[in-house]
Ligand binder design. Structure first.
Ligand SMILES: C[S@@+](CC[C@H](N)C(=O)[O-])C[C@H]1O[C@@H](n2cnc3c(N)ncnc32)[C@H](O)[C@@H]1O
Length: 232
């Protein structure tokens, strides 16, 4: 069921895959150049792309999404919010070479599906769209890292959100692909709990010897107001 919600003065149609505070915090962490081209890999219904397009009106953002239902919500949300500096692209990151030229981006960002396939309980009733958005059933995060590397110009930045339980392996994969982590933000759901997600800013081809680390304590998404969308 589609639902129209308001968030930070913008309107979004969302479905079972919803606005989460962690995702919103990630887009606050992202800093784009004030011009040039940025690419979001796995844009969903457009939350991050649209927040960033409004924050950086002179930057062209390419929003890559491969699930048709989410891509259609993305198109709707772009027009609902009068966004003009975004190029939506129905494309699978595993085939990024077919969709976009190499080294075309001044920044790339992504929060890919990050729950391991084996955590998917087959008896849980979740839509295919939700499962593909959250679990590594088809695409692994390393596909997103490789796509980011393919798209980025040398010494440009990649912003990545992932599961804190997999922090060590993700930082190693980034290093292997020649991304130097520069800034790491740990997110804690509440005080006293383990971190659930982290954000990292890295530079392709950088040296990155001094990693800055900070943290934020998240919460349920503040300021989401909504109602079920009328059909037709
Ligand atoms: C965790 S969601 C994040 C969505 C969005 N960035 C947000 O914060 O609302 C991951 C997104 O990646 C997309 N995705 C998964 N595999 C993909 C692939 N192979 N190619 C393109 N997008 C993919 C999913 O459909 C989903 O929209």
């Amino acid at each position: 069921m589609e639902k129209l919600v308001e968030f930070r003065g913008l309107k979004f149609y969302q479905s079972e895959f919803k606005i989460s505070s962690d995702n919103a915090l990630f887009f606050d962490f992202v800093r784009l150049p004030k011009g040039g081209v940025a690419v979001e890999l796995g844009a969903g219904f457009g939350l991050g792309t649209i927040l960033l397009a409004k924050r950086y009106p002179n930057t062209q953002i390419v929003a890559v999404e491969y699930q048709k239902p989410l891509y259609e919500l993305l198109l709707k949300n772009l027009s609902l919010n009068g966004v003009e500096n975004v190029k939506p692209l129905l494309c699978d990151v595993r085939e990024i070479e077919r969709c976009l030229p190499p080294q075309m981006a001044d920044a790339v960002l992504s929060n890919p599906p990050f729950w391991r396939r084996e955590y998917l309980n087959p008896s849980t009733k979740r839509s295919e769209v939700f499962v593909k958005a959250n679990y590594e059933v088809e695409t692994e995060y390393t596909h997103f890292l490789r796509a980011a590397k393919y798209l980025l110009k040398s010494h440009k930045e990649f912003f990545f959100m992932f599961n804190s339980k997999r922090l060590d392996e993700a930082l190693c994969r980034l290093r292997e692909l020649k991304f130097a982590p520069l800034e790491l933000r740990l997110v804690f759901p509440t005080e006293g709990k383990f971190s659930n997600v982290f954000f990292v800013r890295s530079k392709l081809g950088g040296r990155g010897r001094d990693l800055k680390v900070d943290y934020v304590i998240g919460s349920s998404p503040k300021g989401v107001k909504g109602k079920k969308a009328q059909k037709g």
